[in-house]
Design a protein around this ligand. Structure first.
Ligand SMILES: Nc1ncnc2c1ncn2[C@@H]1O[C@H](COP(=O)(O)OP(=O)(O)OP(=O)(O)O)[C@@H](O)[C@H]1O
Ligand SMILES: [Mg+2]
Length: 489
C-alpha cells in the first residue's frame, strides 16, 4: 500500500511542479490569499477603510419579529419520516442490531438518541467491520472510500468502526483518525467519547496543538484523534505513537486531506509510517473528480460508496442569492433577513479574516450576540468560541473557511455566504460551497442558505456553482420583508 500511495503522489507532484513556478509568480503579482496550515485563506488587504456609519437600528424590529413568529423546524418526527423514505440519504432497511455492533456500542448509540442507521451507516458499517481487519501482508484489508451528503452521520460510521476494531486489553494506539481542523478533531473526539460511554476500557487521546506530553512517553490510549501536523509529530518526531501498530487509519474530510492544496504532504507522511495491511477509511461529502481518481490510486482495492452529482445537494437546504453592490449593501441585506425571519443560529462565511472581523463588529453594533472564529486565533480561544456557540450563548458565528467542514451544530438554521467561496485562482470552489451550506440542514432538518452576490464577477461564480450542482439557486429580494418571510416557511 505504502508503495502505491508514494508512487501516485510522486507522479502527481511531478505534474504539479511544472505549473508551480508560474502560479507563484502570478500570486505575487496579484497578492492572492496564501494557504495556511489549516487550509483557510490568509487575510488580504482590502484597501479601503470603511467609516463606521450608524446603521438604522433594526435590532428592536428584529427582536419584535422574533417574539411574534417562531419558525424552528426540527422535529424527531421529520427524521423518522425521512428514514422511511427510500430516496432520503437517511433511509435504511436495517436496524443497528442487524449491523452486529458490540452490545456496549449499541448501548452508546441508543444513548445518543439514534434510532436507526442512516444510509451511509447501513452501507459502510458492514464493509468496515468485515473480518479480518488485519490481513496477512501482501493482501488488502477492507479499505473504503465513502461519500455521503453533509450531516448524514459519517462520523458515527467511522467512530463505530474504530470502536469495534480496538482490542481494549492492548494498551497502545490501534486506530488513528485525522481531521483537517482543531475544532473538528475536538468535535469528533467528543463523539468517540459519547459512543464509547459504555465501553470505558477503550481510551482516547487527542493529538492536537496545545496538548503537550512529556518526552519519551508512550501513549496507552487505543484510539488517537488529531490534526495532521501533531499526529505526524507524535508518530515520527516524538514517537508517542508506534505507527506500526495502527490497524485502522481514518481520514475524515478525506478529499481535503489528500488534495495537493490541502494537507496532502502530512497525510502522506503519516500514511507511509503505517503497516502495509492497515485498514484505510476515507470519508467526505465531496470528492472533486481528480481527487476521487487520486483516492482510488492510493487506497488499494477499495470498497466504494459514491454519490451521483445530482445527489450531492440536499433538498432540505433551500438556496438563495441576494444581489448587492458592495459589502455595506450586503450587510444591510443581512440585517433585513434578520428583521424578517427568526433565525435560531446562523453561520456567516467570509473570505478573509479582515472582512469577518469587520462584519462581526457591525453585527454586534446592531445588537446581535456574535462570535468570531478565524484560523489565527489561539487554540483555547477557538475551542471556547465553538463551545459557546454550540451552547447557544452566541447566536451568530462569523467565520472563514476554517469552519466550513464537519462542524455539527444542530440549531444552525441559516448559512450566509457573505463572500462566495473561491479557490486561489478565483474560480468557484464548489466543494467548499457544499460543505459551507451543509452546516445547516443536519440529519434531516430544514436549512436556509443565502449567498451574497456583490459584482458581475461574483454573479458569474454563483452561476457556475449552480451549473456544477445542476441546482437552481433562487433570487431573493431582501428589501421585501414578505418575500423573505415566505422562504422561511
Ligand atoms: N443514525 C442516526 N440517527 C439520528 N441522528 C444521527 C444518526 N447518525 C448521526 N446522527 C446525527 O446527525 C448529525 C450529523 O452527523 P455528522 O456530523 O456525522 O454528519 P457528517 O456526515 O459527518 O456531515 P459533514 O459532511 O458535514 O461532516 C449529528 O448531530 C449526529 O449526532
Ligand atoms: Mg463529518
Amino acid at each position: 500500500m505504502a508503495e502505491s500511495w508514494a508512487l501516485a503522489v510522486d507522479e502527481q507532484e511531478a505534474a504539479a511542479e511544472s505549473l508551480g513556478g508560474l502560479q507563484i509568480k502570478e500570486k505575487e503579482k496579484e497578492e492572492k490569499p496564501k494557504a495556511e496550515a489549516n487550509g483557510t485563506a490568509k487575510p488580504e488587504e482590502e484597501g479601503e477603510k470603511q467609516d463606521e456609519e450608524d446603521k438604522e437600528d433594526k435590532a428592536a424590529q428584529s427582536l419584535l419579529n422574533k417574539l411574534i413568529r417562531s419558525n424552528l423546524v426540527n422535529t424527531t418526527n421529520q427524521v423518522e419520516v425521512l428514514q422511511r423514505d427510500p430516496n432520503s440519504p437517511l433511509y435504511s432497511v436495517k436496524s443497528f442490531e442487524e449491523l452486529r455492533l458490540k452490545p456496549q456500542l449499541l448501548q452508546g448509540v441508543y444513548a445518543m438518541g439514534f434510532n436507526r442507521p442512516s444510509k451511509i451507516q447501513e452501507n459502510a458499517l458492514p464493509m468496515m467491520l468485515a473480518e479480518p481487519v488485519c490481513v496477512p501482508s501482501g493482501s488488502s484489508p477492507q479499505n473504503l472510500i465513502a461519500q455521503s451528503q453533509s450531516g448524514t452521520g459519517k462520523t458515527a460510521a467511522f467512530v463505530l468502526a474504530m470502536l469495534s476494531h480496538v482490542d481494549a486489553s492492548r494498551k497502545w494506539p490501534q486506530c488513528l483518525c485525522v481531521s483537517p481542523t482543531y475544532e473538528l478533531a475536538l468535535q469528533t473526539g467528543k463523539v468517540i467519547e459519547q459512543m464509547g460511554t459504555f465501553y470505558p476500557e477503550v481510551k482516547l487521546a487527542y493529538a492536537i496543538r496545545g496538548n503537550k506530553l512529556d518526552r519519551g512517553m508512550k501513549i496507552q490510549e487505543q484510539i488517537v484523534i488529531g490534526t495532521p501536523g501533531t499526529v505526524l509529530d507524535w508518530c515520527a518526531k516524538l514517537r508517542f505513537i508506534d505507527p506500526k501498530k495502527i490497524m485502522v487509519f481514518v481520514l475524515d474530510e478525506a478529499d481535503v486531506m489528500i488534495a495537493t492544496q490541502g494537507h496532502q504532504d502530512q497525510s502522506i507522511r503519516i500514511q507511509r509510517l503505517l503497516p502495509q495491511n492497515c485498514q484505510m477509511l476515507l470519508f467526505s461529502a465531496t470528492f472533486e473528480d481528480s481527487v476521487w481518481r487520486f483516492a482510488q490510486r492510493i487506497v488499494p482495492d477499495p470498497n466504494i460508496i459514491k454519490l451521483k452529482r445530482e445527489e450531492e445537494t440536499l433538498d432540505t437546504i433551500k438556496q438563495y442569492y441576494v444581489l448587492c453592490n458592495c459589502k455595506e449593501e450586503k450587510f444591510t441585506a443581512l440585517c433585513n433577513i434578520y428583521g424578517a425571519i427568526t433565525i435560531a443560529q446562523a453561520m456567516i462565511f467570509c473570505h478573509t479574516r479582515k472582512t469577518a472581523g469587520w462584519l462581526a463588529g457591525e453585527l454586534s453594533r446592531e445588537g446581535h450576540q456574535v462570535a468570531l472564529l478565524s484560523g489565527e486565533m489561539m487554540v483555547e480561544q477557538r475551542a471556547a468560541v465553538i463551545d459557546r456557540f454550540r451552547d447557544g450563548k452566541e447566536k451568530v458565528l462569523v467565520t472563514t473557511n476554517v469552519c466550513a467542514r464537519g462542524i455539527d451544530v444542530e440549531q444552525v438554521s441559516v448559512v450566509i455566504n457573505f463572500d462566495l467561496p473561491v479557490d486561489r485562482d478565483g474560480n468557484p470552489d464548489n466543494e467548499t460551497y457544499l460543505h459551507r451550506i451543509g452546516r445547516t440542514g443536519r440529519f434531516g432538518k430544514r436549512g436556509l442558505a443565502v449567498n451574497m452576490v456583490d459584482s458581475k464577477h461574483s454573479m458569474n461564480i454563483l452561476n457556475r456553482i449552480q451549473d456544477h450542482f445542476n441546482k437552481k439557486i433562487e433570487k431573493l429580494n431582501t428589501d421585501d420583508l414578505d418575500e423573505i418571510e415566505k422562504i422561511a416557511n
